[in-house]
Design a protein around this ligand. Structure first.
Ligand SMILES: Cc1ncc(COP(=O)(O)O)c(C=O)c1O
Length: 378
């Protein structure tokens, strides 16, 4: 099946009991058991049919063997990292979501799990950072927020050679544009709060794995720690996935036009968008993904310019988050990367003039008009 058909006909088959058009919300914490029966579901932390439907859908879309739905993207990321034994060493790309950076540097260190951050745009930096106890390579591409591109296949090969698992946060691209399992990733992670859910109305996370052995490990953590996604939220994410293709295509088309507009705008000092030919890593990105996606970042002169611009803008939400039907403009130093020390932010180009735009479904003419009038105030 082509993706658009897959989003509608994977796991959303007609309900066998009543013919309902969508998966029912099984709002139940427990399930009756015949005294000697083997039951599929016994307690909803361990398994719930609505959650199982979502988990199967995402596993199928990502090409993994099994999926796991969690109460947030951070819960999914934490669960993946918790499969590592204490004393493990992790190699992570240096330009990653601030919450993941915080978990690695302030929480996992307590378990004796140490992380080396490298510029993974050169996969040899991963090879150079390997230690005998390296158990995982953790990547985000395009990275957050400066859209640096990492060659997933090359990094996964290095990790595999060293006996480490490769984890890829695929939140920005979704399986519509990029399928990390096909490129060698063992665990794919999502903040399903973003494009999968797509409507800024649910906090959710998903992980998919490419082997039964990893599935067992992830299930142990999911059931053992219990940060599962509730059935109503599973339903919302499934509903979002039905329109994933059409949303991603439309938002990307608008992002391409917005990037072209921003390139001509004198107030914009720099644009970070994988769809621009001169963007570093553009060729690698277009080899491993089918499109540049709906996110772009750009820099203005300084914080004062950002303040004046944001105050004049009318359409985008000025908010934390991304990947929704409405455009969301965010200010990484105060939002997604507030958890990262200033010195680390500077190293990554996350400056006071940097804004990140998640392009939604508004008409491009209206977005450009809004941007134009806000730039006029600078
Ligand atoms: C790339 C990326 N990964 C993970 C997360 C964390 O997800 P959540 O907020 O659903 O816990 C975010 C949240 O912004 C994100 O942008």
């Amino acid at each position: 099946m082509k993706p658009d058909t897959q989003y509608l006909h994977t796991g959303n088959e007609v309900d066998p009991l009543y013919g309902a058009s969508s998966v029912p919300i099984y709002q139940a914490s427990t399930f009756h058991q015949g005294f000697d029966d083997e039951v599929l579901y016994d307690y909803a932390r361990s398994g719930n049919p609505t959650r199982a439907a979502l988990e199967n859908i995402v596993a199928t879309l990502e090409g993994g063997v099994r999926g796991f739905a969690f109460s947030s993207g951070m819960a999914a990321i934490t669960a993946a990292l918790l499969i590592l034994p204490s004393g493990s060493h992790v190699i992570a790309c240096e330009d990653l979501y601030g919450g993941t950076f915080r978990a690695l540097t302030r929480v996992f260190t307590r378990l004796g799990i140490e992380t080396t951050f490298v510029d993974a745009t050169d996969p040899q930096n991963i090879a150079r950072a390997l230690r005998p106890n390296t158990k995982a390579v953790y990547l985000e591409t395009p990275s957050n927020p400066t859209m640096r591109i990492i060659d997933i296949r090359a990094c996964a090969e290095i990790a595999k050679g060293a006996g480490a698992v490769t984890m890829v946060d695929n939140t920005f691209m979704t399986p519509y544009f990029q399928k990390p399992h096909e490129l060698g990733a063992d665990i794919v992670l999502h903040s399903a709060t973003k494009f999968l859910g797509g409507h800024s109305d649910v906090i959710a996370g998903v992980a998919t794995v490419n082997s039964d052995a990893l599935a067992q490990e992830m299930y142990l953590i999911q059931n053992g720690f219990g940060a599962v996604l509730g059935p109503q939220d599973c339903f919302l994410v499934m509903r979002g996935i039905k329109t994933l293709g059409v949303r991603m295509r439309q938002s990307e088309a608008t992002a391409i036009r917005l990037a072209a507009f921003l390139r001509e705008e004198p107030q914009v000092q720099r644009i970070y968008y994988p769809g621009i030919k001169e963007h570093e890593g553009h060729a690698t990105h277009m080899r491993q993904a089918t499109g540049p996606g709906a996110l772009l970042s750009f820099t203005l002169r300084d914080e004062d310019a950002v303040r004046a611009f944001v105050k004049r803008l009318k359409l985008p939400l000025f908010a934390v988050s991304l990947g929704a039907v409405e455009s969301i403009l965010s200010y990484p130093i105060r939002m997604s990367h507030a958890a990262m020390p200033e010195e680390e932010r500077q190293k990554r180009g996350i400056t006071a003039g940097l804004l990140r735009m998640s392009v939604g479904l508004e008409d491009i003419e209206d977005l450009i008009e809004d941007f134009r009038q806000a730039f006029a105030a600078l």
